[in-house]
Design a protein around this ligand. Structure first.
Ligand code: ATP
Ligand code: MG
Length: 450
């Protein structure tokens, strides 16, 4: 953490006659007795004045007046007090003006609890805070409240809608009534935010503490219907009580999020969120409620959803793999050895395992399949899960097989037999191939020498 550097930068600025405070998340977290992530400084010094005092610094947002002061292993952002001109695009101010009045800087911040200035060098309270918008009262009442008129603040920057949910969920705060009403009214404007930004805010909400509360709030504010209608539609979709005593698919998804491990990877969190999105469209009632084909339906919905949110390919693939495989744990006791080994060696299998565990804990609570998978994984050394190849494509050519689509079939069959424990030497593999795929005699001669 950068507390030490931040204190030194702050005192240097002071010594040179500037105003300087800690501000934002670090002050909020300190007041809540939470460990701050990063210390940020707000100052009356201009970017030029800051860089003159700290030679190892970079202007990060020249026109925003933010300087990154660096030293090996640490850095701190020092931002000049500023006001922001009108927002025209729902995300960026048309211009900013550097100012020397901290009140003006507090005014452009999103929530009262994020707009408190702390002077760490002053004697203890009340002198050490500049709290123009009563952020400390809102901290005491555990409230997220906009600085200024909520509707206008959300209209300026629509991303604040998601930030409100993020802070409320993470901190376990309520959203103050007027702020909440404005969020409901402004929810549709989220469509104007770049997909990547929406995705990143949602990812933060899903991977921070209390993701279930985050999702609940997204639903309750109408934000979810705008950004993830596929997830919104899980509400009210009944499930068979014998497998899902917890209730509908929405309730199950919320519970499942609450059972993820702490600090889940983004792909795991998104996999959990989306694993059952195929259920609403495949709902049917026969002998009982069924969702035949919900995995495939879910994959067909998740592909465009992930593309819409501009997920990078590798993340999208993993999220899709999590959805695709989540029902396979139910067959794990019946899998052939080779199928089981291939299952256990899926890329980032730990995420499949964690998703399945949360799936169970968010419904019937039985963990036998989970425990079986874990035990087999622990017991099986990597070289058994992924044994060295007994034969290669080159080897097949040497045996006289013509290169082509048959190669994959042969190589897979050899590996299957190997994983089943039926083959363990190259010689056995060769005999296996010759017996199963006999070559016409002239080809045997051609290849024999190679
Ligand atoms: P975290 O602990 O998640 O980093 P934070 O409060 O530090 O929370 P940041 O996104 O790092 O949040 O922003 C730092 C500060 O900048 C905020 O506390 C807030 O005062 C201000 N801020 C950030 N984004 C916005 C925004 N979109 N609108 C208004 N003020 C903002
Ligand atoms: Mg921060």
């Amino acid at each position: 953490m950068n507390e030490d550097l931040a204190l030194r930068v702050l005192s240097t600025l002071r010594r040179h006659g500037h105003q300087a405070f800690f501000v934002g998340g670090c002050v909020r977290d300190l007041l809540l007795s939470l460990p701050p992530k990063d210390f940020d400084i707000a100052t009356s010094a201009t970017p030029a004045e800051i860089t003159a005092l700290f030679p190892h610094s970079d202007l990060v947002g020249a026109h925003f007046g933010v300087v990154l002061v660096k030293e090996p292993g640490s850095s701190v952002e020092a931002a000049t007090f500023r006001t922001e001109g009108p927002y025209t695009d729902g995300r960026h101010p048309s211009h900013v003006s550097l100012v020397t009045d901290p009140r003006l800087d507090a005014q452009r911040r999103d929530f009262t609890i994020n707009a408190i200035f702390l002077d760490p060098l002053a004697p203890p309270p009340p002198g050490q805070f500049l709290d123009f918008f009563h952020g400390r009262d809102d901290l005491a009442h555990r409230l997220i409240r906009c600085v200024g008129a909520p509707r206008a603040r959300f209209q300026e920057d629509h991303l604040r809608l998601l930030r409100a949910v993020r802070f409320a969920a993470r901190l376990g705060f309520s959203i103050e009534a007027e702020t909440l009403a404005a969020m409901r009214l402004e929810a549709p404007s989220l469509v104007y935010i770049a997909a990547e930004r929406v995705r990143d805010e949602l990812t933060r909400i899903l991977t921070q503490p209390n993701p279930a509360e985050g999702l609940r709030l997204l639903g309750a504010t109408g934000l979810l219907a705008v950004v993830l209608p596929e997830v919104q539609r899980l509400q009210g979709v009944a499930q068979p009580p014998e497998y899902h005593p917890e209730g509908d698919v929405w309730t199950h998804t919320l519970l499942m999020l609450s059972h993820l491990p702490a600090n889940p990877s983004p792909t795991l969190a998104w996999g959990a969120l989306l694993h059952d999105i195929g259920k609403p469209s495949t709902f049917s009632v026969s002998d009982r409620i069924r969702f035949n084909g919900h995995v495939e339906a879910g994959l067909d919905m998740a592909r465009p959803l992930l593309a819409r949110l501009r997920f990078p390919n590798d993340s999208a693939e993993q999220i899709l793999a999590l959805i695709a495989n989540h029902m396979r744990f139910g067959d794990i006791h019946r899998m052939k050895e080779s199928t089981l080994k291939r299952f256990l060696r899926l890329p980032r299998f730990d995420e499949h395992l964690a998703l399945h565990r949360a799936d169970c804990l968010g419904s019937h609570g039985h963990l036998d399949n989970y425990q079986f998978a874990r035990r087999r994984l622990d017991e099986t050394p990597p070289e058994v899960l992924r044994p060295p190849r007994l034969i290669t494509g080159e080897g097949l050519i040497a045996l006289g097989y013509p290169r082509g689509p048959l190669f994959r079939e042969i190589l897979t069959a050899v590996e299957t037999a190997q994983l089943e424990g039926e083959l363990s030497t190259p010689g056995e593999a060769e005999a296996f191939v010759r017996a199963r795929w006999p070559l016409p005699s002239h080809q045997k001669h051609e290849g024999g020498e190679a």
